[in-house]
Every structure is written in C-alpha cells, then in structure tokens.
Design a binder for this molecule. Structure first.
Ligand code: SIN
Length: 286
C-alpha cells in the first residue's frame, strides 16, 4: 500500500491517508504506523470503513486490547469494543455532560495505565464535538531548569476521583468501586520506547504529591497543568466520518467537548491498549 504521512502541527499529531485497514497490514506498514504513532503521539488515519471486529483488528496492530472497564458502554456482541454515544450522556442545564471534558490521561489510577486510546468515528454532529490533545513531552522540554529540578523524583497518588476533582467521573456499581485500583505515579515519566520525558498529570485523579503538604502539592499540579495545556502544545481534531485516531497516553493529555447540538448523534467506537507500569524519568539538570 502506498500511503501518505503528513504532520498536522510542528509539535504533535500526523495524518495518514491512502491505507485501508480492512486489508491485512504487512510487517513494513505495521512498523511504519507504529513508529509514526510513537513519534507524533496522535495518529489520524482517514477514510476507514470498519465494522466493530475490524476496528478491534486495527487496534491489535498497535498492541493488546484492554478489557473494557465500563460494561454499560460496550457493544453486546463485541465486548472488547467500547462506545461513546451522545445518547448515553445526561443533559444538565440544556448541555450534554460529556465524560472527559477536561484534559486528562486515561486510567492513570491503574498500576499499568493503557498505553493508547483509539476512537473510530461513525456518527458526528454537524459541528462541534472536537477532541483536543496537548503534548506533555514538549511541555516538559520547555520547563525551566529550576522547575525540572523541583519536580524530579516526585510521585502522585492517582485515585478514581480526586477529592479536588472538578470532573465528575462515571458512576460505578459497588462491585466496580470495590475493584477500582489506585497507583503512585511519577510526576515525570520516561517513555518506554523513545526515552522522552513527559509530565504525567491528571487533575481529576491526582490526590496530592507524596511528601508535600496538600495545598502546596495542588498549587504545583495546577501550575504544571496550566503550563501543559497552553495552545502551543495543542492539536485539535475536528472529526470526519471514517476517522480512526490513536493517541499515546504517555505523551499527550486529551479532552472531549460538549459544544454540539445535544439532539444530534455523536457515536464513536473506543478501545484502549494495555500498557506497562510507568517509569520515572531520572535525568535532571545538575
Ligand atoms: C475520551 O476521552 O476518550 C473521549 C474523547 C471524545 O469523545 O472526544
């Protein structure tokens, strides 16, 4: 297959055109897609026509599929494929309440958070419903040396819903709640494949910083979050039907938008890929 890879911003995200993921991908194409995803952190593969099992097969090009946690949002016939549907969302004050409407990284409370999340667009509203991404590698690279030194070696406990969260997480059944993990995660992680450092932030789940008074910890988290979410680190994806987007949860944060007409259907398939425990980035300026 001859395909085209085009960077979408100078910092992150690239677009792939000219491939058909219903066809078997040989080792060369598979490696090229994987490497492009690691480098650009967000890969937008255009013009696909996938059934749910074909979407799952496309996911397996990049890794092993994570068992879906929220069983209420899966396809009954293909439980490895989750769904994001505007029909599942409550309307509050005339506006949809969207899961993920704040920059975050998925399942950071897991000891081994998913390395990737993938969405495949089926139905889209006429306008709005974009997904935004910010590059937390570039955000770390731009920190001044004093801040890099100050945050080196710090860890934060990530829980299902932080006591300071402004983001309301999905309701859990008592069984789900009992099984939900928490994890101590480095504030700066090292990418396991390309070695790049990145900030690891998820304000909805971070319960302070180990060894630091709560107010100081949350002030530091808020400062790093404000830095990392500046427009210069952002790629904003405006969905087209047939887009498959895969992003690297170790390199970007993402957020959904509830700015579309709530009577219109926004429906996407969603899969996450298994990750490994996160490594701390050890190199700091002397
Ligand atoms: C997500 O956070 O996984 C969903 C993003 C979106 O619906 O735009």
């Amino acid at each position: 297959m001859t395909y085209t890879l085009k960077p979408l911003t100078p910092v992150l995200a690239a677009e792939v055109t000219g491939i058909d993921l219903t066809e078997p991908a040989g080792p060369a194409l598979r490696k090229a897609l994987y490497d492009a995803w690691i480098e650009h952190a967000v890969l937008v593969i255009r013009d696909q026509r996938l059934t749910a099992p074909q979407f799952a097969d496309a996911a397996r090009l990049f890794g092993d599929i994570l068992v879906q946690q929220l069983k209420q949002f899966v396809l009954p016939d293909y439980p490895e494929v989750g769904t994001i549907s505007s029909r599942d969302l409550p309307i509050r004050d005339g506006r949809l309440h969207v899961r993920g409407e704040e920059f975050h990284t998925d399942h950071s409370n897991y000891p081994a958070p998913p390395k990737a999340t993938m969405l495949y667009a089926i139905n889209l509203p006429d306008r709005g419903g974009d997904t935004q991404f910010v590059d937390v590698r570039a955000a770390y690279d731009d920190l001044d040396e004093a801040t890099r030194r100050a945050i080196a070696g710090l860890h934060s406990r990530h829980v299902y819903e932080s006591s300071r969260s402004t983001r309301k997480m999905a309701e859990l059944t008592p069984e789900q709640r009992a099984a939900i993990p928490q994890a101590l995660q480095p504030l700066v992680i090292r990418h396991p494949e390309n070695g790049r450092p990145a900030l690891y932030l998820n304000t909805g789940r971070m319960e302070g910083i180990a060894g630091m008074p709560d107010d100081a910890a949350h002030a530091l988290i808020a400062r790093l979050f404000a830095h990392a979410t500046q427009p210069r680190y952002e790629y904003r994806h405006q969905w087209k039907p047939g887009d498959l987007v895969i992003w690297d949860n170790r390199s970007v944060m993402h957020q959904a938008n509830a700015d579309y007409d709530p009577t219109q259907l926004r429906y996407l398939y969603r899969i996450m890929l298994q990750g490994a425990p996160l490594q701390a980035y050890e190199e700091v300026p002397a």
